[in-house]
Write a protein that binds this ligand. Structure first.
Ligand code: C2O
Length: 552
């Protein structure tokens, strides 16, 4: 591989959306941020220089960071934030991965404007397991607030109420023609007839799973979270925050019109405030005969919006997620750990607001505020980084190694929300010896109305060996695990009122964050960390940190 150098200058920039101009934090003045492009085996070196008053840190979402845990990026987990005037060089090698990933800021809600695609091409002389597409196009969903997003989350943390919902969704930073004065801010994908395009779809939205569809066109899913999958055709995809999905789009050889709408809209099962608006972009055939162009050049607002499932369509979602399978062939084997060394059962869910009498509900901020937790523990971020504390043996007072392997309060979900809002708080990790084969079942508690949670694990891909609704049954459910061709990914939706089982091999030493990728749940404490110890061999150890690692 070669070394690819990037420079991220963190600067303010005035950006106008929805008729309002606001000052946002950007990478190199770009919104969305620049593409980082590399090839499997390359080293990527990104120098971040912080010229703004906010603290920043950057995460390379889905990169395994094998023996480069210092470059993973979540603030207070693997590094202290990069403060005003400081710089930090992220330096990592892309090993055994190719596909679509993305990068984003990993501190507070800074990722609302600091995000971009991270595209990894296969090694030279290696091809895709499908015909080379005519063109590849990143499609990155986001959310836009007219208000300052740091103020939005800080207000929520102070008042204990849910944060204000975003003012629009965006496709490649653009809200599209259905929002006020946004017609000029519409993503247009220009295509030629009879060709195959690969869309590299990324959900960088903060708080919503999204359905996506293109009118009169179907898609073939070929990759999820930078791992090839057995191809399947679909009219609609669902994508959770953090996830990436590559699809092949075949354009019509003789289209009868030039312009089609593409649309995305949230999947949401809970109650409460949410944005149920639809975002649209345009698929536009180029170079068609003038007659078609002029006749179909009507108002975009009159074009039919592609059909999307109802906002709470859990059945579509379950069906869709069951279609993902690893290729599991000789070229791309599925190395599913078959034997398990350690089993964990985690409840994931929201706490309560206000805290009911006779219960403790200590979120990260205040006992009376809204909280979210894993196994009834709402994680408090330390004031120094976990990885540094571990490496320099200064963990005393920073974290404890007693994260519970089962919920603190026994969990039973019978369809009616269980009375299980007990939450404690703390900074606890699970310690795993090197090469531990882990089975983790995550059960959605649905205490405050059903809600799915996209759980993201740093530093690893995992295999999704099982999922289901209701209570996980340790006697029956494991018999149905798929240990042959389960999908391999880094972010999985724990279904609303259901569970998901994953397997991973802890072969990467370091401290690895795991959290809900809904930014609001992350802020409320739905997060924990795994500490994976060094192995015996020199190439199984975490090297010392780079000299410029920021200090708290
Ligand atoms: Cu994409 Cu910890 O995040």
């Amino acid at each position: 591989g070669v070394t690819r150098h990037y420079k991220f200058d963190i600067r303010l920039k005035n950006v106008t959306r929805l008729c309002q101009t606001k000052t946002i934090v950007t990478v190199n003045g770009k919104f969305p941020g620049p593409r980082v492009v590399a090839r499997e085996g390359d080293r990527v070196v990104v120098k971040v220089i912080n010229h703004v008053s906010n603290n920043v840190s950057f995460h390379w979402h889905g990169i395994r960071q094998i023996q480069s845990g210092w470059a993973d990026g979540p603030a207070y987990i693997t590094q202290c934030p990069i403060q005003t005037g400081q710089s930090y060089v992220y330096n990592f090698t892309i090993t055994g991965q190719r596909g679509t990933l993305w990068w984003h800021a990993h501190i507070s809600w800074m990722r609302a404007t600091l995000y971009g695609p991270l595209i990894i091409y296969p090694k030279h002389n290696t091809s895709y397991p499908f015909a080379k597409p005519h063109k590849e196009v990143p499609i990155i969903f986001g959310e836009w607030w007219n208000a300052n997003t740091e103020a939005v989350i800080n207000q929520s943390l102070v008042t204990g109420a849910g944060p204000n919902v975003s003012d629009s969704y965006t496709i490649n930073g653009l809200p599209g023609p259905l929002y006020d004065c946004s017609a000029k801010d519409t993503f247009k994908l220009k295509v030629k007839p009879g060709k195959t395009y690969m869309l590299r779809i990324i959900n960088a939205a903060l708080n919503d799973d999204l359905f996506f569809s293109i009118a009169n066109h179907s898609m073939t899913v070929v990759e999820a979270d930078a791992v090839y999958v057995k191809p399947f055709e679909t009219d609609i995809i669902l994508i959770a925050p953090g996830q990436t999905t590559n699809v092949l789009l075949k354009t019509h050889p003789n289209p009868q019109q030039t312009t089609f709408l593409m649309a995305a809209r949230p999947y949401f099962t809970g109650q409460g405030t949410f944005d149920n608006s639809t975002i649209t972009g345009i698929l536009m055939y180029d170079n068609l005969s003038a007659s078609i162009s002029s006749s179909s050049n009507t108002s975009i607002k009159n074009l039919p919006i592609p059909t999307l499932p109802p906002i709470n369509s859990t059945s579509f979602v379950a069906n869709f997620s069951n279609k993902f399978r690893s290729l599991a062939n000789t070229q791309f084997p599925a190395n599913v750990p078959q034997k398990v060394d350690k089993q964990f059962f985690f409840t994931v869910g929201l706490g309560s607001n206000p805290c009911p009498k006779n219960q403790t509900c200590q979120g990260p901020n205040n006992s009376s505020k809204f909280s979210a937790s894993v196994n009834n523990v709402s994680m408090i971020l330390p004031t120094t980084a976990l990885l540094q504390s571990y490496f320099f043996k200064k963990s005393n007072g920073v974290y404890t190694s007693n994260f519970p392997s089962v919920p603190l309060v026994p969990f039973n979900y019978t369809g009616t929300p269980p009375n299980n809002t007990h939450v404690s708080n703390g900074t606890k990790v699970v310690v795993l010896p090197f090469n531990t084969s882990v089975e983790l079942v995550m059960q959605d508690t649905s205490i405050l109305g059903a809600e799915s949670h996209p759980l993201h694990l740093h530093g690893y891909n995992f295999y999704v060996v099982g999922q289901g609704f209701g209570n996980f049954d340790p006697k029956k459910d494991p018999a149905n695990y798929n240990l042959v061709d389960p999908v391999e990914r880094n972010t999985i939706g724990v279904p609303s009122g259901g569970w998901v089982a994953i397997h991973f091999l802890a072969d990467n030493p370091g401290v690895w964050f795991m959290h809900c990728h809904f930014e609001v749940h992350l802020s409320w404490g739905l997060r924990m960390a795994w500490l994976v110890l060094d192995g015996e061999l020199p190439n199984q150890k975490l090297p010392p940190p780079p000299a410029d690692l920021p200090k708290c």
